[in-house]
Design a protein around this ligand. Structure first.
Ligand code: ZN
Length: 273
């Protein structure tokens, strides 16, 4: 169940072919998950109904829904009512393509690839929802946990696999929860949402403790960076105090998946010389 074809050793033509396929899959899923995120925020059904323009409500046709290209050829406007379409759609579709490309080349071709693609798509959707509405839906956290459990059953030692992933989640979530509670007690204000803590747990069940620690540090640094950028953009207005932490944790997790193990090993080799 764990056989993986390494793309690194494949001929160049095959690498290019897989790369193009990865980008197309990434763009299509990026477009779909953008739509899913909007429906999650509006509490609409994700699978029911056709996409429609948020301004004029006109049902969108296939030509309006081609990732990135539709936006470019329609000059970033709705075909029917000419209202502006946010550039965040083509940008996030592009981000999704980069994520999928990265994951496929990192993991290789095999059943295990599905686990990591689902993981990264859940993080992508969480980021879109959190960025827009400052919430992290429990449904996505549960989906992430279920995905991890399902793939634990492909392991030869299911019990150990489930146990170590639970420990990974607790290692990630418990210390940060205690720190947040202490901070809130001292400062008497909310430091981090419950959704962020659940997200830390969900991410934690996918990685070893050392990579989890790496992700925790990177996520917090990214969170501070995003917070500072948002403060500068919003010029210290009243909304500026809250900023979504979900995208920072998601990006930190993606970096952890791509190179966490390698960077931790380099770090450890400096300690144990
Ligand atoms: Zn319209």
């Amino acid at each position: 169940m764990r056989e993986v074809l390494d793309i690194g050793i494949m001929p160049l033509e095959l690498k290019i072919y897989i790369g193009i396929l990865a980008v197309i899959i990434g763009l299509v899923f990026g477009s779909f998950l953008n739509c899913a995120a909007i429906r999650l925020i509006n509490e609409e059904s994700i699978i029911m109904g056709r996409s429609h323009c948020p301004s004029c409500n006109h049902t969108l046709g296939t030509l309006d829904l081609i990732p990135i290209l539709s936006w470019i050829f329609l000059n970033g406007r709705c075909r029917y009512c000419q209202s502006k379409i946010s550039p965040k759609y083509p940008i996030s579709e592009l981000v999704s393509a980069i994520l999928v490309l990265g994951v496929i080349f990192k993991i290789g071709l095999g059943l295990i690839l599905v686990k990591w693609l689902v993981f990264i798509w859940i993080l992508f959707t969480i980021s879109l929802v959190d960025f827009e509405a400052y919430i992290i839906p429990d449904s996505l956290i549960i989906l992430g946990i279920l995905n991890r459990i399902v793939f634990a059953f492909t392991s030869s030692n299911i019990k150990t696999e489930l146990m170590s992933s639970l420990i990974g989640g607790l290692i990630m979530a418990v210390p940060i929860t205690l720190i947040v509670l202490l901070f809130e007690k001292i400062m008497n204000k909310e430091a981090m949402g419950g959704g962020d803590l659940k997200l830390f747990f969900m991410v934690g069940i996918y990685f070893s403790w050392s990579v989890n620690l790496f992700i925790l540090i990177v996520s917090c640094l990214l969170g501070i960076l995003f917070g500072v950028i948002q403060l500068r953009i919003s010029k210290f207005n009243s909304d500026a105090k809250i900023f979504p932490f979900g995208p920072a944790i998601s990006l930190g997790s993606f970096i952890g998946l791509m190179c966490g193990k390698e960077l931790v090993n380099i770090y450890l080799s400096f300690i144990y010389v």
